[in-house]
Design a protein around this ligand. Structure first.
Ligand code: SAM
Length: 239
């Protein structure tokens, strides 16, 4: 079986239908990730099939949610190796996507990779979400959808993400099997940040948690860089 056939088969349980061109472009991205991963720490996954499943297809599970949100722009926070933002940008070439990454080296890799893939819908920002979402940070209320995977426990993630979306906008978080427990621990953060969790969806690789912003974010939030993780809203919590 060639890679296209393998990926078509892997994508079936995810309910995803990719074109051969999508698969070729996503495969090229995995090649670039593999090369970059030899000189910096981007992923522990080195098996190609696992990379397709746990990175690429896992990222693309957000597609129906992005469509349902009618997103006209999207920001992926803490992109790291590029997940979920880069696979989404490859299959949604018309959607402007910002990749936000605090570490300079990773942000440079993301920009170089987007260039090498010929992506014109990507903007890379090297910054912290707390800084971008501050009242004078330039990114407050600016996006329809924020995506995030493995960026922090729910109360921390909510404080980083919700100031960046406009009222009525969405955080689409990719979480693990214990998403329901995480949400229980995020009661205070949800209330303080005027946000509500909508119906979660299990996928073959995780759980999608859609969070809607229902009101304006009180001015002290997000607190200064590092503070959301040091003292999460509502007390300490596990990721
Ligand atoms: N989202 C990617 C994934 O799922 O493979 C990377 C996850 S990695 C564990 C978390 C990334 O978030 C790191 O690259 C880190 O530098 C970045 N990060 C953590 N806190 C951040 C913040 N406050 N603002 C922006 N980026 C942040």
């Amino acid at each position: 079986m060639d890679e296209r056939q393998q990926v078509h088969a892997l994508a079936k349980p995810f309910g995803l239908e990719l074109t051969d061109e999508d698969i070729d472009r996503l495969g090229h991205f995995l090649d670039l990730l593999e090369t970059a991963n030899q000189r910096m720490n981007l992923t522990r996954i080195t098996d190609r099939q696992e990379a397709w499943t746990r990175h690429v297809l896992d990222s693309l599970t957000l597609l129906p949610f992005i469509e349902a949100a009618g997103a006209t722009n999207l920001i992926d926070i803490g992109s790291g190796g590029g997940f979920p933002g880069l696979p989404l940008a490859l299959v949604c070439p018309e959607l402007p996507i910002t990749l936000l990454e605090a570490t300079g080296k990773k942000a440079r890799y993301l920009a170089e990779t987007a260039d090498a893939l010929g992506l014109t819908n990507i903007t890379v920002l090297c910054d912290r979400a707390e800084t971008l979402g501050a009242p004078d940070g330039g990114g407050r209320d600016a996006w329809d959808v924020v995506t995030a995977r493995a960026v922090g426990p729910m109360p921390v993630l909510l404080e980083l993400a919700m100031p960046l979306v406009q009222e009525g906008g969405w955080l689409l978080a990719i979480k693990g099997q214990r998403a329901a427990e995480e949400i229980e621990a995020a009661d205070t953060a949800l209330r303080v940040l005027r946000s509500e969790v909508e119906e979660m969806q299990r996928t073959p690789t995780g759980t999608i948690v859609p969070v809607r912003r229902c009101g304006s974010i009180p001015r002290p939030y997000p607190r200064r860089p590092g503070e959301p993780a040091r003292a999460p809203l509502g007390g300490s919590s596990k990721s």
